[in-house]
Design a binder for this molecule. Structure first.
Ligand code: SF4
Ligand code: SF4
Length: 112
């Protein structure tokens, strides 16, 4: 096969028969306002960590909804827990609390 300077990536299709929604459920119980997130990116634009390193808090929300717990576990500790994101959210979502709930859930469901 000719080399075109790119390679085919692994499929990112979500298999909902295998989907693990436990972490998302825990977050929505602890912070129901997260259900109203419209992925506007306001949190990402103001994020202290995101301004310094490769970290995207909006992406964390998407990973959570997709049940990508392993990727979340790798990234979530980059958050500095400063709380700036919660101050700018137009939906008044306490994202800092969402992050704390994600961290708690990762520990709870690890190795289960
Ligand atoms: S600012 Fe609020 S509504 Fe916008 S992406 Fe972040 S959490 Fe969602
Ligand atoms: S609490 Fe975390 S995600 Fe929110 S602005 Fe601060 S570093 Fe970014």
């Amino acid at each position: 096969m000719s080399k075109f300077g790119f390679s085919i990536i692994e499929t990112r299709t979500i298999d909902y028969d295998q989907f693990d929604g436990r972490l998302l459920k825990d977050v929505l119980i602890g912070e129901p306002s997260f259900l109203t997130c419209m992925s506007c990116g306001g949190c990402t634009a103001t994020c202290s960590a995101g301004n310094l390193i490769d970290f995207n808090i909006r992406r964390m929300g998407l990973l959570l909804r997709q049940g990508e717990t392993e990727l979340l576990a790798k990234e979530i500790d980059k958050c500095m827990l400063c709380g700036k994101c919660a101050l700018v959210c137009p939906r008044d979502i306490n994202i800092r609390n969402v992050i704390m709930l994600i961290k708690k859930g990762i520990v709870k469901y690890r190795n289960q």
